[in-house]
Design a protein around this ligand. Structure first.
Ligand code: DAV
Length: 361
């Protein structure tokens, strides 16, 4: 294979807000119900548990997937009309069983939420170890794209393969603030447990991300870019089902931080000069099915640049609040997609934004 390294990098990401040029958007094809596994005790809300315990290996209800697909098509249409290049994962059969030497998974999950599997920083793409056994091979859905980006000069690396045996999980775990179902047996993270803000990267300890995983990320970045180039900050939030930082703590633009009003109790001192935007309560009806998450999908917006932000069409309070802080919301229906674990930030993976590495503090 011929390696060509372009002058302008095909992969270029340093923050969440530089003008977006190319993005991967997840797919609903092949989305399968995984079976209940130890990590879910820390992530899944009680009312959603039974489907994983009884319906595993099956497809999600067709009418719900069809409705989510309609949302996704609308979202892709908006991105394209804003001039952004949209890329899609490979269609993989996630219904096949797989195993490690010490565990089995009856099937995979899907590739609806690329933000979880791959961490893009600078010109580099890092495959996450993943917090769920059922998601162990999820990054394979992106391998065609990864090979293409690699051939055009991007870095491509995988975090250490996790053993994911029973030693990783805390026995007698109970969902409480500051309790996590995983311990520090080995480095574990989902890519969405990190969020980027130039030289500063914020990580939330969660049931899919331990301190060992965060240390691995800091050490990797130190070795690759030099000590002090990136500063990974570790936070703990008040959340009984912590999973991923992007519904909790989200630097939207220079000087503007969006936070969950209850999970973030103390704003870190480094943000003393920033405009802190407390997310309003979500408007999603309590009857709407949410299989993987809390209703706080309203925080999970996508920045197209420092002003333009994609927001769920029905989240009127969030739309108002963002306008008040100088943003220009672009509205898109996404409720039905939300059922499957994420909103606009989760459903995408930024590949290229126009911009350079800077410090915002
Ligand atoms: O707030 O339930 C959902 C995960 C988003 N990737 C929450 C976290």
């Amino acid at each position: 294979m011929k390696n060509q390294v372009n002058q302008s990098p095909v992969v270029n990401i340093f923050n969440e807000w530089d003008p977006l040029e190319e993005v991967i958007v997840g797919i609903l094809d092949g989305l399968t119900i995984p079976s209940y596994e130890p990590v879910m005790e820390g992530c899944i809300y009680d009312k959603a548990k039974s489907i994983f315990k009884t319906q595993y290996g099956k497809r999600w209800p067709k009418d719900e997937i069809d409705a989510a697909q309609k949302d996704l098509d609308e979202f892709i249409g908006i991105l394209k009309s804003e001039g952004i290049k949209v890329r899609r994962p490979d269609k993989i059969d996630f219904s096949k069983p797989f195993a490690g030497p010490e565990w089995k998974s009856v099937c995979g999950l899907g590739a609806a939420n690329p933000r979880d599997s791959l961490f893009v920083i600078g010109n580099d793409i890092i495959e996450a170890p993943m917090g769920w056994r059922s998601r162990y091979f999820e990054c394979f859905a992106y391998r065609s794209l990864l090979k293409e980006y690699f051939s055009k000069g991007a870095g491509w690396v995988s975090a250490p393969k996790a053993q994911m045996n029973d030693n990783l999980y805390n026995k007698d775990f109970k969902s409480r603030n500051n309790e996590y179902v995983i311990n520090n047996f080995e480095p574990i993270f989902d890519a969405a447990d990190f969020i980027k803000c130039g030289r500063d990267i914020f990580a939330g300890v969660s049931s899919t991300c331990n301190e060992f995983g965060i240390n691995w990320m800091q050490r990797y970045l130190d070795n690759k870019y030099g000590v002090g180039t990136f500063r990974v900050h570790t936070f703990r939030f008040n959340d009984q089902h912590p999973m991923h930082i992007d519904t909790t703590f989200y630097p939207l633009a220079p000087g503007k931080l969006l936070v969950h009003p209850e999970r973030v109790v103390d704003i870190p001192k480094m943000f003393k000069d920033w405009d802190i935007i407390k997310a309003p309560n979500p408007c999603i009806p309590s009857t709407h099915p949410l299989y993987f998450s809390s209703p706080w999908m309203n925080l999970n917006v996508l920045m197209l640049d420092e002003k333009r932000v994609i927001v769920e069409k029905n989240e009127e309070n969030t739309i108002k609040e963002l306008k008040k802080h100088g943003f220009k919301p672009i509205l898109c229906n996404f409720r039905n997609f939300n059922s499957f674990g994420g909103s606009f930030h989760c459903a995408t993976l930024d590949i290229r934004r126009t911009g350079t590495l800077q410090s915002y503090f």
